[in-house]
Design a protein around this ligand. Structure first.
Ligand code: ADP
Length: 591
């Protein structure tokens, strides 16, 4: 049976070849380096030796040289089977040492077996004679051998340099990406490192937008800001879209190498200098975040190793992006909380100021009330004394005064009670269709004398066919009385006019009643506070009219209960107009 000696330091390679040959019925012995092979062959010479070149202790070239110098072994065919020494000069040196064949690893099993069989056949029929190497001087052999070795070392250096670059990238990925950075900065750094360390021409990052299912170019390295902006407009891809390949890589979630861009119709040619490309998806816990694409000016620039390294990098980028997203979300949340706290503090400050202002108003009110109550009371006291001690012919006057001041007191007490009832919610509002024209007519009748006594005109201009309003008759009467009495009280010459009307605001139909006077008007400062409780403005100070500063606050409360409004328009020294706004009663609501 034919015996083989296989020499290789790589256990896997050895196993593969051994299985192949044993499968073809050959006997196989193995050795792990040249030295080991020589020892085994001297004991039991094989029928053929197949040897690797790069091995520790004694390499393939040295083994072959020793083999050919051995008187029993030199007639046994020697085949080189190598993956590292593969160029023509290696082959030349190998054959010059006496090898019958030089095969480059990995060879197809069929081809390998065919070669072996051919060698045996040719040896058998004498067509192949094992070449006897020239008895070269040791220095000549060593020179050739060193040349091959140095060449090999140079190649190894290049490989190591490349491996070093890859390591740099991976090192960067494992260290730099752990620090939390803003998303955009993080992606810029990742791309920058890829381009610098790997020597690629350009690199892009496409972010995936889940909502629109599209990829948008977020960052690109080695482009100017204007170029980037233009690319961002041009390079938008749908998930699954073949054009541009980004959408496809995102869909398949697998890296993709493009060896020659110009021969692939899916490539979007914008930059003609780019010839090959590598796309890797960026995925975090099943969630597609984006796609990194790298480009080279050379065709076939990307290998499986690049892909593997870039996938590792992409995974780390994904984790870093997720960290960054969480960090940004947290930051945003903290800012929101801060803003909420600030807003709440501001609200509390306003509430505090309002409370302080209300407190001040209440103190003012107490002193006002003190004054306002004392005045009618002292007049009442005096009138009563005069009734007892005065002349009977004046009694009618005293009784008149008594009546007036009692009424004044009564109004004041009622206003205070009104506002506290409104506050307690014990004032019930009974809404019903009300004829405002009629209500105002009654009001005018009641106050016509008061106006005349002050030398003022009091006019009323009702709108004909005025629709009914939805209101609480009594409460609205109270509002209009307040407005009318104010107008009369604060106007010294001219007169007061009441009128009804309609208005449409934001498709909402309103029925209005206005009380206008030719009084002093209201300053902007007063306007801002008129409807506050206990606020008494300039007009009250200038006139001798008594009051509580509650009238307009009550009017406002009542209008609020009607979901209506009260407004004021005024020009100083010309007069004021107070208007109330009410809803029409449903059956009369205009479309
Ligand atoms: P009071 O009349 O008891 O002072 P109100 O709440 O009715 O209280 O009015 C608040 C303030 O609004 C008045 O003190 C006055 O300064 C001002 N005011 C009200 N009506 C008029 C008006 N028709 N013309 C000028 N000022 C007015």
């Amino acid at each position: 049976m034919i015996r083989f000696l296989l020499v290789d330091d790589d256990a896997h390679g050895l196993y593969m070849l051994r299985s192949l040959l044993e499968g073809h019925g050959f006997m196989v012995e193995t050795a792990v380096n040249g030295q080991d092979a020589l020892e085994k062959a001297r004991l039991t010479p094989p029928d053929m030796i197949i040897s690797d070149i790069l091995m520790p202790v004694l390499d393939g070239f040295s083994l072959c040289r020793a083999w050919m110098q051995h008187e029993h072994l030199r007639s046994i065919p020697f085949i080189f089977y190598s993956a590292t020494y593969t160029d023509a000069k290696d082959e030349a040196l190998a054959l010059s040492l006496g090898a019958v064949r030089f095969i480059v690893k990995p060879a197809e099993p069929v081809d390998l077996v065919t070669t072996i069989e051919t060698v045996f056949k040719e040896l058998g029929d004498g067509r192949l004679v094992i070449p006897q190497p020239p008895e070269e001087e040791e220095p000549v052999y060593l020179k050739k051998y060193n040349e091959r070795l140095i060449r090999k070392l140079e190649n190894k250096m290049v490989e190591l340099e490349q491996a070093n670059q890859h390591l740099k990238v991976l090192y960067w990925a494992s260290t730099n990406l752990t620090a939390v950075r803003p998303m955009r900065e993080l992606i810029y750094h990742a791309l920058r490192t890829i381009v610098d360390a790997m020597g690629y021409a350009k690199a892009n990052y496409f972010a995936f937008d889940e909502e629109s299912q599209h990829f948008y170019l977020l960052e690109a390295i080695e482009y100017t800001a204007e170029e980037l902006a233009q690319l961002q407009r041009q390079l938008v891809f749908r998930l699954g879209e073949a054009r541009g390949l980004v959408g496809l890589v995102g869909q398949n979630r697998q890296p993709l190498i493009l060896n020659e861009t110009t021969s692939d119709p899916r490539w979007v040619t914008i930059d003609k200098t780019l010839h090959s490309a590598l796309f890797v998806p960026v995925i975090h816990e099943e969630r597609l975040l984006g796609v990194i694409s790298m480009f080279s000016a050379e065709p076939n620039a990307f290998t499986q190793e690049h892909t593997r390294d870039m996938m590792t990098l992409a995974n780390n980028v994904a984790i870093a992006m997720e960290n960054s997203r969480l960090y940004e979300a947290q930051q945003q949340y903290a800012e929101q909380l801060e803003a909420q706290v600030a807003a709440r503090t501001a609200e509390l400050q306003v509430a505090l100021e309002q409370a302080q202002a209300a407190d001040k108003l209440k103190s003012q009110f107490v002193s006002n009330m003190n004054h306002e109550l004392r005045t009618p009371l002292s007049v009442i006291k005096l009138s009563l004394e005069l009734l007892v001690h005065g002349r009977p012919e004046n009694w009618a006057r005293y009784i008149n005064t008594l009546n007036r001041e009692t009424e004044r007191l009564q109004i004041m007490v009622e206003e205070v009670l009104d506002i506290s009832r409104l506050d307690l919610g014990s004032t019930k509002v009974y809404l019903e269709p009300v004829d405002l024209n009629q209500l105002i007519g009654n009001l005018i009748m009641d106050r016509i004398e008061l106006a005349a006594a002050k030398g003022l005109t009091l006019d009323y201009e009702p709108v004909n066919d005025f629709p009914l309003v939805l209101a609480d008759k009594q409460l609205i009467f109270q509002v209009l009385t307040n407005l009318l009495v104010n107008a009369i009280n604060y106007t010294s010459k001219g007169g007061v006019m009441v009128c009804t009307g309609t208005a449409v605001i934001d498709n909402q139909k309103w029925l209005t009643a206005s009380v206008s006077d030719t009084g002093p008007g209201i300053s902007d400062e007063d306007k801002a506070h008129l409807f506050e409780r206990f606020y008494r403005g300039e007009a009250s100070q200038k006139s001798s009219a008594s009051g509580t500063g509650l009238g307009l606050a009550i009017c406002q409360e009542i209008m609020d209960r009607h979901q209506g409004r009260i407004s004021v328009a005024s020009a100083q020294d010309e007069g004021s107009t107070f208007t109330i706004w009410l809803r029409p009663a449903p059956s009369f609501a205009l479309e």
